[in-house]
Each structure stands twice: as structure tokens, then as C-alpha cells.
Design a protein around this ligand. Structure first.
Ligand SMILES: Nc1ncnc2c1ncn2[C@@H]1O[C@H](COP(=O)(O)OP(=O)(O)O)[C@@H](O)[C@H]1O
Ligand SMILES: C[C@@](O)(CCOP(=O)(O)OP(=O)(O)O)CC(=O)O
Length: 401
């Protein structure tokens, strides 16, 4: 049996700067950034011929067997991990297995070891751990099987693995974790992808057009710094999206107005970043926050908690702007402040309101790329899997990096 040297890949967590909830709609813009907390996945040979998972989310290893329908736990008590702690890892192994079969490669016994710094004292903080673990696992598995991939193919594979677990999330976290830095992201239609995936399989779905998907790197602001604060309360994004999509608001004209307003804020922010106009970046953060507050009022979703309100008020008092990052209701928020601002004052006000300042920095795109994968020829050059068609140009200036 072939054994290969272990491969380890890391992917960063993310914060959502603008466009949350609206980005769930295919083609709606959002801005996300990657941060310097990582999930690392090591793929190594497994002596027993099985697929063994060792993650810091579980106190013990979980061995699984490959079957015709996918991975199956050896022990009955481990089956619950399929929809819990191991859901994204299992899905990543299964989609890479399908691709490997398409490429005519034999199956390899695997051991996946996962270590993460995206939790705070064991609690989820909303830095996109599911996205980072999926991106890191796909990168490590592809590398281990010597399937070289462009960032776009890696992203696509990670999104397929992710929607098999839950098609609701937009994939903005996967885009930030894959490209790193500041990223302007528009999602494809995940329900359609899931449908195609079940009919046509991984390889064909990877190569098909993915309308509305668009990813574009943005320059960081040169005179503003991004800070993150943790509300101390974990929040389930999936549950919140589920609640929102079952409200009357979701099917109303107000939803359409929200989408238009959000697109205006995100576009204004992207333009302000590209022109490096800090006052306009801050103004766009404030407009995004007001839009979220209106959504909260219209739907009773509970986006703004007392901690998240205090977080942005302190940012304003210190000469910047702030907002919740992502779905809200807990997790974390962001503040953008001029480099000259008094950060100690911000942290003092946050501490008084029960907000924990997270010592994070935005990672830059090159750093992420180096951590993720060694350079190699695109999988398309191997002749067996053409590059994805370049339908992703929504407008003349949108492109996949
Ligand atoms: N260290 C890890 N090892 C394995 N899976 C992980 C790890 N961290 C996160 N995950 C996966 O992501 C899920 C959490 O996703 P989610 O609740 O959306 O949190 P987040 O907001 O951080 O993405 C976990 O149940 C697990 O399936
Ligand atoms: C609501 C959203 O648009 C943004 C959610 O961002 P979060 O940061 O809340 O996500 P998690 O990483 O799962 O905590 C949903 C989405 O885009 O999928």
C-alpha cells in the first residue's frame, strides 16, 4: 500500500466587514477579511487502513471506514459526529475521494489531525471555524493526493464540501480563508449547486459554470486599523439564518429594499477602499450597521446585543466606526479606527461593557497563499480535469483572483 509523507495546511479565520445576510442571496456583494488565527489540518498515513479523525473538538480519535455511500463510523457512539464536530471534515474527505476516483487514483488510508485557535477558552467566537477547517482540510487532502489546485478550484471544492453539510451559508468565510486579506465576495446559488452535485458528481460540478460567483481582492485601508471584540456569547449563525428565512419579511418588498441598500453600502465601501478614502470607509461601516439595525427592528432577529451595541458606541467615541461581524446575536464585532486613535480608551470602554478585545491582525493574501499550498501546476494542466469555466465575471470589473 502506498504511503506518503504527511502534509499540513493552515487556513485563517475571518471577520465580516459588510453585506451580512444580503450575501445569502446569489450575486449580492459582501466584504470579508481573513485574520491571523488559524485552523491547521495535517493529513498523514493511517496504519490501520481506515480514515482516522483527531480533532481538538473531541476528546478521542474517531476511526471511520469508507463505504459505497461515504464514510461510516466504526463505533455506534461516534455516528453523532457526522452532523456535529466531524461534519465538515467528513464532507471534505468525501468530496476529495470523489475527485480522486474521477482522476483514477487509488484510495489511501488517512489520518487527519486538526488544531485550531478559532475558539476562545473552548467557545466558538464567530471567526468562521467551519470555513477555515474546510479550506485547510481540502488544501491538505489535495496536496496529500498530489492533486495541485488553483485557489479557485480549492474554493469551489471547499464550497461543495460545505453545502453538503448545510447549503444555507454564503461561503464568504471560505472566500476569505482561501484568498486572505480583504475580499469582495458574491455567492453562487448553493441550492442549484447541491442539485447538480447530487446528479452529476463532484468533478462535473466543479467544472460547470457557477453563475453569480465573484471574488475580488480589495486593498486594505492605509490609515485605518481593524479591531475585533468578542461579546462572550456564542451565536448559531445557521439557526439565525433559518429563523430569518421563515419570517414574512423574507418574502416581502422590505427584503428587496434591504438587498439594494446593502449592495449600495458594500459597493461604496469597496470603492472607498480602492480609492483609499478613510472617511468614506467609515461612513460605509455606519450605513451597514444602520441597515442591520433596521433589519433587526423589522424582524426581531436579535442581531444587536448590549455588548455589540457598546462595542460600536465605543468605536464611535474613539473616532472610528463599528458593527457586529456576521450574523450577530453574540460572537464578535469589529471596529475600524484611524491609526492615530487612542486604542487604550477603546479597550477600556469595551472591558467595562463586557467585550473582550481579541488581539487579531488582518492577514495579507500572500501570507495565506504560502501557508495554504505549495505552488504547483493547476489541476487543469494534468489534462483530466479542465479548469472551471470563467463565467464568474458578473460585470466588467468583477473577477476571480
Ligand atoms: N477544530 C475543528 N475540528 C473539526 N471541525 C471543526 C473545528 N472547528 C470547527 N469545526 C466544524 O465547524 C463547526 C462549527 O461551525 P459554526 O458553528 O458555523 O462555527 P463558526 O462560526 O466558527 O464557523 C463544528 O461543529 C465542526 O463541524
Ligand atoms: C449572516 C451571514 O451573512 C454572515 C454570517 O457570518 P458569521 O460570522 O456569523 O458566520 P459564522 O462564521 O458561521 O459564525 C451568513 C453567511 O454569509 O453565510
Amino acid at each position: 500500500m502506498t504511503t506518503r509523507p504527511p502534509v499540513a495546511c493552515s487556513a485563517p479565520g475571518k471577520l465580516l466587514v459588510a453585506g451580512e445576510y444580503a450575501v445569502l442571496e446569489p450575486g449580492q456583494p459582501s466584504i470579508a477579511v481573513s485574520v491571523d488565527r488559524f485552523v491547521t489540518v495535517e493529513v498523514a498515513p493511517s496504519p490501520g487502513g481506515q480514515v482516522v479523525f483527531d480533532t481538538d473538538l473531541l476528546p478521542h480519535e474517531v476511526p471511520m471506514l469508507r463505504t459505497a455511500t461515504g464514510l461510516q463510523a466504526n463505533r455506534a457512539e461516534d455516528t453523532r459526529h457526522h452532523s456535529g464536530a466531524l461534519a465538515y471534515l467528513i464532507s471534505a474527505v468525501e468530496v476529495v475521494d470523489q475527485l480522486r476516483l474521477h482522476l483514477g487514483q487509488a484510495s489511501l488510508p488517512l489520518r487527519l489531525t486538526v488544531r485550531s485557535t478559532l475558539h476562545e477558552r473552548g467557545t466558538k467566537i464567530g471567526l468562521g471555524s467551519s470555513g477555515a477547517v474546510t479550506v485547510a482540510a481540502i488544501a491538505a487532502l489535495a496536496d496529500y493526493h498530489s492533486i495541485p489546485m488553483s485557489p479557485e478550484l480549492r474554493f469551489r471544492l471547499a464550497l461543495l464540501a460545505s453545502i453538503r453539510v448545510d447549503p444555507k451559508p454564503s461561503g464568504a468565510d471560505l472566500a476569505a480563508s482561501t484568498w486572505g486579506g480583504w475580499v469582495l465576495y458574491r455567492a453562487p446559488d448553493r441550492d442549484r449547486l447541491l442539485c447538480r452535485l447530487s446528479k452529476e458528481g463532484v468533478a462535473r460540478t466543479l467544472q460547470a459554470p457557477w453563475p453569480r460567483l465573484s471574488i475580488r481582492p480589495l486593498p486594505p485601508p492605509s490609515t485605518l486599523l481593524l479591531y475585533a471584540g468578542w461579546s462572550g456569547i456564542p451565536s448559531s449563525t445557521s439557526a439565525r439564518i433559518g429563523r430569518l428565512s421563515s419570517t414574512a419579511w423574507w418574502h416581502s418588498a422590505a427584503h428587496n429594499r434591504f438587498l439594494k441598500g446593502s449592495a449600495r453600502c458594500v459597493t461604496a465601501m469597496a470603492e472607498a477602499l480602492e480609492k483609499d478614502t478613510p472617511s468614506k470607509v467609515l461612513a460605509a461601516i455606519r450605513s451597514t450597521r444602520r441597515l442591520l439595525a433596521a433589519l433587526d427592528q423589522d424582524t426581531g432577529l436579535g442581531v444587536f446585543t448590549p455588548q455589540l451595541t457598546a462595542l460600536y458606541s465605543a468605536a464611535e467615541a474613539c473616532g472610528g466606526a463599528g458593527k457586529p461581524s456576521g450574523a450577530g446575536g453574540g460572537d464578535c464585532g469589529i471596529a475600524l479606527l484611524p491609526k492615530t486613535a487612542d486604542i487604550r480608551a477603546l479597550h477600556t470602554q469595551w472591558a467595562a461593557a463586557g467585550v473582550t478585545a481579541l488581539p487579531l491582525r488582518v492577514t495579507d493574501p500572500v501570507h495565506t497563499e504560502h501557508r495554504l499550498l505549495r505552488a504547483g501546476p493547476d489541476i487543469a494542466q494534468r489534462g483530466s480535469l479542465p479548469a472551471p469555466s470563467s463565467q464568474t465575471k458578473e460585470s466588467s470589473d468583477d473577477r476571480i483572483a
